[in-house]
Design a protein around this ligand. Structure first.
Ligand code: GTP
Ligand code: MG
Length: 524
């Protein structure tokens, strides 16, 4: 694992019930955009936040020469990516490949000359680019591509949907039109990163992270940015010190409740944004709410923002929804369609009130998907179990599979009687009379079964903690060491113990006793 990964695991995945979801390959690739969403929630967050720290936003004149702007900026360092968008004028988001390029740029940037106003000298990553000779320079400009930051109007959407082939393709059309774009996500993380610059004036270790629909895969273009202040690094230092032969801790202000601390912190940061934040307007401190927050409008990015203080339940909810959203492409298509339907019919509303929230509605949809037969998404308890159990179950399943009698049929999703005597029979799902494993001979199949049994045995029997303490390979690692090497007789012995004959007779006797029990019950 790289350094991001370690950091991500430390703060999020270890505490979450989904800690193995990547290992078991829970994310299958059915979605075109899966490459960005296959990573764990924490990995995506860390990566995007780091990206945002290397990013600046520039307000540009209406006509601008893209090439010249990039050329100018490149003198401060390599540019990784950039895009333009319209939001009360043209803006350019520029992502440098190194963070220090921004410092180099900031060194040469001027402070606005204040004639009518007095400026607050806070140096942010928001800049204004002007042309010294606008008329002469603008003549040579070519139109620039503007990346859309809002979805198409409903009437245009309806027209588009009517041209689709099926209800299912209508749902995917809606999803494509409404979902957050790569550019919009970058802008959201930049907004958090800019707020973090303020928070760091007071709390140098703090981070501002997005949660809710900006990151749970269910956000639509135009939705608010929910962000929270996280002080996790402060916590990390405390744990470190406690390991030594003595204890040392910070002297910190003590308050009667966590809520009061949250309110005080948010109040100060809210004032800070209000007084010094470029483009932060309509700052509202809602400190007496169940979950205290500061609401503000961030003009440079165009987002309505809700800032609160780290709330582990909300983060876990975002991660759970993220997992559900990545599991099956139908989940997001359904959520977007239902949310859109609810919004249009006034069931949901962007202002708080007695109506169903998008969050509640999404939970209702997840419940519905869990209750399908077969379920489209697992329950939270199953998810927790799936992560640990799937690997072992696989080996157990095929270790006990009756290959003599049964074949594997993916079209029907069940075992069916073998149509001929090949040792392993797997129906070709598209050419039903063909066996795709016709080449496999009996010894190879037996080897597979023996190894599957041995692996199931290791996973079930091993004492993980003991192995970890002894620094021995455990779990999957233990399975990846050739079994013959550690103990050449092991496989043979195990085969003797639970040979296929033994298993078969055991199964037969179980079936028999079931029949007997059934007869007894019916008899009663
Ligand atoms: P949008 O309507 O697109 O903003 O959806 P959202 O999921 O971002 O909802 P919202 O902005 O209202 O809330 C942000 C996050 O706060 C949600 O995703 C939840 O994680 C959490 N949240 C909101 N309302 C509740 C609630 O009533 N109970 C709990 N436990 N969490 C909530
Ligand atoms: Mg939200």
């Amino acid at each position: 694992p790289n350094s991001h990964c370690r950091c991500a695991h430390k703060f999020c995945i270890n505490d979450s019930p989904f800690k193995y979801y990547r290992k078991i390959g829970l994310f299958h690739s059915t979605d075109a955009e899966v490459s960005t969403r296959r990573k764990t929630f924490a990995e995506v967050q860390t990566e995007r936040l780091e990206q945002a720290e290397r990013t600046i936003l520039i307000k540009c004149p209406p006509k601008i020469n893209e090439k010249k702007l990039l050329q100018y900026l490149s003198s401060h360092g390599k540019i990784n990516s950039h895009f333009f968008f319209e939001n009360r004028g043209i803006h350019a988001l520029i992502e440098f490949s190194e963070k220090n390029s921004i410092a180099s740029l900031q060194d040469v940037i001027g402070i606005p000359s204040a004639t009518e106003h007095h400026v607050v000298p806070f140096k942010s990553r928001l800049f204004i680019f002007t042309l010294k000779n606008p008329v002469g320079q603008a003549a040579a400009e070519t139109p620039i591509h503007l990346s859309p930051q809002s979805h198409i109007p409903v009437k245009d959407l309806i027209q588009k949907l009517c041209g689709a082939e099926s209800i299912s393709s209508q749902m995917y059309t809606l999803l494509n039109e409404y979902q957050l774009t790569e550019e919009n996500i970058k802008l959201r993380f930049l907004a958090c990163s800019l707020v973090r610059d303020f928070a760091r004036a007071y709390f140098p270790d703090s981070v501002v992270k997005p949660f809710g629909s900006s990151v749970n895969t269910f956000g639509k273009l135009g939705c608010d940015v929910d962000m929270f202040l996280d002080f996790h690094k402060t916590g990390k230092h405390t744990t470190k010190m406690k390991k030594g032969p003595f204890e040392m801790e910070y002297q910190m202000k003590r308050l009667p409740s966590e809520r009061l601390a949250t309110q005080k912190i948010l109040s100060v940061i809210g004032d800070c944004l209000d007084n010094f934040g470029p483009g932060c307007v309509s700052v509202q401190k809602i400190l007496n709410a169940r979950c205290p927050l500061v609401k503000f409008s961030h003009q440079p990015t165009g987002f309505q923002c809700d800032l609160s203080v780290s709330n582990s339940i909300a983060i876990k909810s975002s991660e759970l929804l993220y997992i559900y959203g990545c599991l099956d492409s139908r989940v997001r298509a359904l959520v977007f369609s239902i949310r859109c339907w609810a919004r249009i019919h006034g069931l949901t509303n962007s202002v708080p009130g007695a109506w169903i929230t998008n969050f509640s509605l999404t939970m209702m949809i997840m419940f519905f998907l869990q209750k399908r037969s077969p379920p489209i998404i697992p329950t939270l308890d199953q998810l927790r179990e799936l992560a640990d159990v799937l690997l072992c179950d696989f080996f157990e399943y095929f270790g006990n599979f009756d290959f003599r009698k049964n074949s594997i049929n993916l079209r029907k999703g069940k075992e069916v009687n073998k149509p001929e005597s090949s040792p392993l029979y797997i129906w070709n799902p598209f050419e039903q009379d063909l066996n795709i494993s016709k080449n496999v001979n009996q010894p190879q199949l037996e080897k597979f079964v023996a190894l599957a049994r041995e692996s199931a045995w290791i996973l079930q029997k091993e004492d993980k903690t003991l192995r970890m303490v002894n620094k021995e390979p455990w779990g999957l690692a233990a399975l990846l060491i050739p079994f013959g090497k550690s103990n050449p007789n092991k496989i043979k012995n195990r085969m003797k113990g639970i040979g296929s004959e033994t298993i078969k007779s055991l199964l037969d006797s179980l079936k028999l006793s079931n029949v007997n029990n059934l007869q007894k019950t019916v008899g009663k």
